[in-house]
Design a protein around this ligand. Structure first.
Ligand code: TRP
Length: 434
């Protein structure tokens, strides 16, 4: 056992950091627009059912494998079987590829914070957004600034960096979110947005939506790239973590629902459409902010909220590959962060340019940004989770009763790990590939 390995300073630190990892752009940017594209309330209902019945399985499994092996991803797989280290290596690779596009959106957020602070008026938001992402230098610089901020936190270590940042940013995020929910609910006709969110229309239920809800749930819980495995490996031997998992899942879902309550009443109040896709947060919302009293303050608060969410998740994405560099390549944490900066830039810079300068450079008919998003979300994340569930369920034969006290949950865990989650993941990958 490596005595130099860091561990969480308290249970609270573990919970808040894992919630920080879960609550990110996935909740505040992706969840509302995917819900908007999939019929509102019915999507929410399906999402909650999936979260309660199957999504906790891979979450507990990943944390447990980390806690059991006390190693970073590659070492963890290797300690199960030497040949599995190749499968394990997919995890840090996924992390690096996800960072490439996650940090680009982080750069956009910084731009919008600056815009809100400098209170300049934008006449046409659609045009502004597309011109901004197409420009060759500014988005690139901001992406690297965002990456630098996250790596700076990571380089300070678990206690002084990751834990401290989460202990400050997560409560701030909660306060700003509640403030914005109140602002949104006070707008005229806010109830239309609430109806859209909470009055399910069962006729809109379809297979595609169920699988999108599943993909969204896995992404938001940060399952599938070893971030949780690494966080799990910092849990002290004698500590049980399963109860914390319920708190984490509950909080993540509440944050997503609150993000919806913040966005949809505003969207309906101004007669806009909730299904505008990825531009919902960067085009539709700024339009709304420009029309409400103290719009700049609200806009600034909103993008700071997104920033906090993106930083706490960004550092969780980085911690997996960082721990691999530290433990396998015997680097210091600082050096590992410098190396990561270089590697991630190699992917992130072309991906940033894929909206403008490199727009004609296509991989499988997709821009570099879309390809990275597609490859990680639809292929690599489900594949990593599938491997880990099969390894735990069929090779290690882990039993729910060894980890979970509650009998029903332990039973659900057993069938989930061996059958339901692998089957669901295979369907998810087929959906993604078609
Ligand atoms: N869960 C985060 C979000 O909702 C994103 C994220 C952080 C993530 N770490 C991850 C996604 C690991 C998949 C795997 O934005």
């Amino acid at each position: 056992m490596d005595n130099n390995r860091p561990s969480w300073t308290s249970k609270y630190a573990f919970i808040i950091t894992t919630i920080g990892s879960a609550v990110g752009l996935g909740n505040i940017w992706r969840f509302p627009y995917i819900m908007g594209q999939n019929g509102g309330a019915i999507f929410l209902a399906v999402y909650i059912i999936l979260i309660c019945t199957i999504c906790f399985v891979p979450l507990i499994n990943e944390l447990y494998i980390g806690k059991l092996t006390k190693k970073e991803c590659v070492g963890a797989y290797e300690s199960i079987h030497p040949n599995l280290k190749y499968v394990g290596s997919l995890n840090p690779i996924t992390g690096i590829l996800i960072s490439a596009f996650y940090f680009i959106v982080g750069g956009w957020i910084i731009n919008y914070i600056i815009k809100s602070l400098t209170s300049c008026n934008i006449a046409n938001y659609d045009e502004y957004f597309s011109l901004f992402i197409q420009s060759p230098i500014y988005p690139c610089v901001l992406t690297l600034v965002f990456l630098f901020i996250c790596l700076f936190v990571t380089a300070r270590g678990i206690k002084n960096g990751i834990e401290s940042a989460n202990k400050i940013l997560m409560p701030l995020l909660a306060v700003i979110l509640i403030f914005l929910v109140i602002v949104s609910l006070r707008l005229p006709n806010a109830n239309l947005g609430l109806e859209y969110m909470f009055k399910p229309d069962i006729t809109k239920l379809n297979r595609h939506m169920v699988l999108s809800a599943l993909g969204q749930a896995f992404f938001t819980l940060s399952i599938g790239m070893g971030a949780l495995l690494t966080y799990g490996s910092y849990i002290k031997e004698d500590k049980s973590f399963v109860k914390s998992v319920y708190t984490i899942i509950f909080s993540d879902t509440i944050f997503a629902i609150l993000a919806g309550i913040m966005i949809f009443p505003a969207v309906f109040s101004f007669g806009m459409t909730p299904n505008s896709g990825a531009g919902l947060v960067f085009v539709t919302l700024p339009k709304i902010f420009s029309q409400i009293p103290y719009g700049n303050v609200v806009s600034c608060a909103f993008f700071i909220l997104l920033f906090c969410a993106a930083v706490t998740s960004g550092i969780s994405i980085l911690e997996g590959p960082c721990a691999t560099l530290i433990e396998r390549f015997k680097m210091s944490r600082q050096k590992a962060c410098v190396v990561l900066f270089a590697i991630i830039s190699v992917f992130a810079v072309p991906a940033t340019l894929s909206f403008g300068l490199l727009e004609n450079c296509k991989i499988f008919d997709k821009s570099i940004f879309d390809f990275l998003d597609f490859l990680t979300s639809n292929v690599m994340l489900p594949l990593n989770t599938l491997f880990l569930c099969l390894i735990s369920g069929w090779y290690l034969r882990i039993k729910g009763s060894a980890i979970i006290n509650n009998r029903l949950m332990a039973f659900l865990f057993n069938i989930g790990l061996k059958y339901v989650v692998p089957a669901a993941l295979i369907c998810l990958m087929f959906l993604g590939l078609n």
